[in-house]
Design a protein around this ligand. Structure first.
Ligand code: NAD
Length: 461
């Protein structure tokens, strides 16, 4: 049960301290493994390894870095089934979802960075200058548990493509996936020290990584509260920092849209991964003339989702979501389906939940719940819809549905958010992902994600 060691400098090494972290299966609440709880000493060893490996990796031709990323993509593809099973075991997501999304998306993203590393212009001419795009240096990456492999790959793949070296501190709840990733990096022939993994607790190992003077860039995905603290520490040390934080995204259904499709896709978007998706469209905005019909459609769609939904990741998250559901009722929203009760005797389950009569000022409409909870809000006209859509501190994603695409696009252009899906547009793993306002700083994925890990040097002639 004990998965010993940290992956540092190309080998599995014993942790400095004796602490352990239990990994719990959210379906049956059983402890399935233990991993070492790394401390500041482990972080220091890992950062030193990353620093030592930096000059060699930064000087490695992009084509060779691309070849290692292509090899990593192939290893991840070959081990996809094992990855999906591991994610299901520690996150609780249904196996079909782990296969279709959790283990498949990282293969696509790693592949996109293999291509980008090979084709990106790491040098450009500006008048009498040649501008070199050089790696920022050693990256400290802190990741959450909700998409355990994707969140790691979305940071590590562009960092390696750029020529940076990395230390990852993964979330406490999902360290087994991170360990599998380290094995894959090793198998792909990435040189020792280029990628390092320290499992551990946020306030100990995570904080030590943010504070370490050998780290040049901190990239963090997780809660706004921790993100703010991370940014303050990194900022005080004049380190670059990238943050992917929460969201409260709006799904705006304009009159003339295919209402049934917009509602059904919207409900699926919220319930997928048990609502534990930072970009989930947790606020559905419907015109008052279609409001009752939309609420009825949403309730049916959510109830149908009932047996396809996995548990929340932990008892803590389940209790947090329950608290929000109870607060929604107390503030006067109407519970249409679902609720705070446990639908099963064991496991951290909650039923898909839909609230109607949610007003923009309610907690349900303002705070990130991170569970299978949809709020349906009523608007009077387009101007009102835009005010509501933009009326939170967040701005990560969103959707607009309309009869005419041009009308949806015109609305989307006025939304304060980093991504908008038009009439059900598909997720694009090469499009920049990241937030306006309090949803974060910086972008991940594609060429924009690569640029985060580069800095410029201009030579004048
Ligand atoms: P969190 O912010 O506490 O944890 C995210 C990561 O930060 C983990 O690896 C954790 O160990 C680390 N961390 C915690 N404290 C730290 C510190 N002081 N210094 C450095 N690193 C630290 O998030 P959580 O508790 O896992 O989830 C709580 C809420 O965060 C969720 O309910 C949700 O709202 C939000 N969340 C957002 C995302 C996202 O993708 N934007 C992902 C997961 C969670």
């Amino acid at each position: 049960m004990l998965r010993d060691g940290m992956y540092i400098d190309g080998a599995w090494r014993p942790a400095a301290g004796p602490g352990l972290i239990d990994v719990v299966n959210p379906v049956d609440e059983q402890v399935i493994a233990q991993v070492p709880a790394g401390d500041a000493q482990d972080v220091d060893t890992a950062v030193r390894a990353a620093r030592a490996a930096l000059p060699g990796w930064a000087a490695t031709p992009p084509a060779e870095r691309a070849a290692r990323l292509a090899a990593l993509r192939d290893v991840l593809a070959a081990r996809q089934d094992e990855i999906a099973r591991t994610i299901t075991a520690e996150l609780g997501s249904p196996l079909a979802f782990s296969q279709a999304v959790h283990s498949a998306l990282p293969v696509a993203v790693t592949g996109s960075y293999a291509e980008l590393a090979a084709t990106y212009a790491f040098e450009e001419k500006v008048g009498n200058s040649v501008v070199h795009l050089e790696p920022v240096g050693v990256v400290g990456a802190i990741t959450p548990w909700n998409y355990p492999l994707h969140q790691i790959v979305a940071k590590v793949a562009p960092a390696l493509a750029a020529g940076c070296t990395v230390v990852v501190k993964p979330a406490e709840d999902t360290p087994l996936t991170a360990r599998l990733f380290a094995e894959a990096v090793h198998e792909a022939g990435v040189p020792a020290g280029v990628f390092n993994l320290v499992t551990g607790r946020g306030p100990v190992a995570g904080q030590a990584l943010v504070e370490h003077p050998g780290v040049d860039l901190v990239t963090f995905t997780g809660s706004t509260a921790v993100g703010r603290a991370v940014a303050a520490i990194a900022g005080a040390a004049v380190k670059k920092v990238a943050l992917e934080l929460g969201g409260k995204s709006a799904n705006v259904i304009l009159p003339g849209a295919d209402l049934a499709r917009a509602v059904n896709v919207g409900v699926a978007n919220v319930m997928a991964n048990s609502g534990q998706t930072c970009s989930a469209w947790t606020r559905m905005l419907v015109h008052r003339d279609q409001y009752d019909e939309a609420v009825a459609l949403a309730a049916t769609a959510a109830a149908k989702y009932g047996d396809r939904i996995g548990p929340l990741v932990s008892a803590r998250q389940r209790d947090r979501v329950r608290g929000y559901i109870r607060q929604g009722v107390a503030e006067g929203a109407r519970l249409v389906t679902g609720g705070p009760e446990a639908p099963r005797p064991t496991g951290f389950y909650l039923s898909p939940t839909v609230f109607a009569e949610v007003t923009p000022d309610m907690t349900l409409a303002q705070e990130e719940i991170f569970g299978p909870v949809l709020s349906v809000l009523r608007y009077e006209d387009e101007a009102d819809a835009l005010r509501i859509a933009n009326g939170t501190v967040y701005g990560l994603a969103g959707a607009v549905w309309a009869g005419e695409e041009a009308r949806a696009v015109a609305f989307a252009r006025r939304m304060e958010t980093g991504q908008v899906d038009i009439n059900g547009g598909r997720f694009n793993p090469r499009a920049p992902f990241g937030g306006y306002k309090r949803s974060g700083v910086g972008r991940e994925l594609g060429a924009h994600g690569l640029a985060e890990y580069l800095q410029t040097k201009s030579l004048q002639f």
